[in-house]
Design a protein around this ligand. Sequence first.
Ligand code: ADP
Length: 593
Amino acid sequence: MQTDKDTKNTGKIRRVSGPLVEAEGLRAPQMYEVVKVGNEGLLGEIIALSKDFVSVQVYEDTAGISPGEPVHGTGETMSVELGPGLLESIYDGVERPLKLIEEKSGSFFIARGIEAEGISRAKKWLFKPKKKVGDNVVSGDVLGEVQETTLINHKIMVPPELSGVLKVIVPVKECTVEEVVAVLTDSYGQDHEIKMLSRWPIRKPRPKQEKIFPDTPLVTGIRVIDSFFPIAKGGVAAIPGPFGSGKTVAQQSIAKYCDAEVIVYVGCGERGNEMTEVLSEFPHLEDPNTGEPLLKRTILIANTSNMPVAAREASVYTAITIAEYYRDMGYSVALMADSTSRWAEAMREISGRMEEMPGEEGYPAYLSSRTAEFYERAGLVKCLGEGDRIGALTVIGAVSPPGGDLSEPVSQATLRVVKCFWGLDAGLAYKKHFPSINWLNSYSLYTVNIENSWRTNVAQDYPEVRAKAMNLLQDEAKLLEIVRLVGMESLSNEERLILEISKSIREDFLFQNAFDKEDAYTSPKKQYGILKSILSVFDAGKKAVSVEDFDFKNFLETKAVKELPSLKTFPADDLDKFGQFCERAEAEIAALK
Ligand code: ADP
């Protein structure tokens, strides 16, 4: 995030309170204007205007800054730089490349007042025009393309709120992001230069034509998510869970394997070592679909718990603005935020220092509206410009409620706006059942939207198979209650069968090891295959065990039952193999006496 220092508009600090600085004497300050604070020129943003002073949240450590030091207004709102070169980058919360600030500070400890451009000014990109001089163009039209990475073709678009006739467009040419690639004359006869580099204020959603109904699943390869609680491309989901329940592992697994084209991962206020894992692991990961390094479709934003709290507040906006930019090109983008609770805590800290009236548990009264505004930026959209491009922005936010108590304000504010809830359960995590998504209290409101997609792309009866499996798990919960009260002996054979099959659904289907190369990702067809096979054993078993005096042990001894745990090792997408299993199982169980 780069701004030119405007020394003409200078005020001075009148109070410093942690990351919050009050300044007076600035001429015509604006909300969300970027200011440079103190002798070191720390990056700050005006977040409240009062009669005689402004409140500035400072994105760097304010220790040692004192009243009387200067504050420079820049006249610009807090914005991110957009253009080729974003992918493969690792940024801090205000879009400074971590590598660059490390080099400039000369150590791992980030020095203050460092300015680092989000996008390289030196690098040249091969610009390929898609329009010609004299063409009429409107906002969002694609002027040209740049192969940003082997996976992503970056589209250079007419910026929002601009339209006219192309006066100049460069031919196929190596350009830096600051070179003019096109000139457009608007209806007033005024010329506008367009470069590959543009800026967008982080707190303002980027415009689109309209939102459309999300009806395609975002395939994550995580069985409990895809089959039981699916999320649509353009949907919003929350992963709440106490410490250690698997939020980070789940988010990272989705970031690695989901079928979005671009991933923006923001580590917000998480422990530094967790983020280090991401930063050191990601560059070596391969995209399972293309074999290319995963980083080629990824942007990482790292804002760990030891970095300044205000930058944490900004990091989610930086992330979602970058995500929207790729959505506007017509890509399916997935944004992972880990954790939004730390973001809300940053908001609470700043609000407290501003002495605002606190709401529940000290969070500001606007916590709900801010949370809603953030998730509202997700969606499946018709992009601006020609060609009916469809872009998707899926947002998945982790929430870490203290003690796992979901009645706390951040969880409540989040649950009001998300349509998909993957409730992580400390009990399951303790028993090492991962992902510890509780199948009894999680939900997805997208199931109905994507039913058609399932039927056409996976199997005609996938929704029914899923419903049947979920019903069995609910029946299991009731039966386990009975067992707890009166013991196993009181159960009929049919009831024991339900327990046995539910156990298989839990252990052979829902349990998934994110660290096992083979198990970490399961294609939708294979997910269906496993579930269908388990249920075929159930159906066959139901007939067999209803015979009078049937010895349940015989059922447990069948090859089919013993083979259930190996279903997940069957080759992906080979539905025939699952079909053969079902036939074998049915024949074997039907022959039981
Ligand atoms: P949180 O972010 O909720 O504090 P983590 O995501 O760091 O929790 O998970 C804690 C630990 O649980 C991990 O270090 C890992 O050992 C285990 N774990 C979580 N999810 C899985 C999974 N899907 N497969 C295997 N182990 C897991």
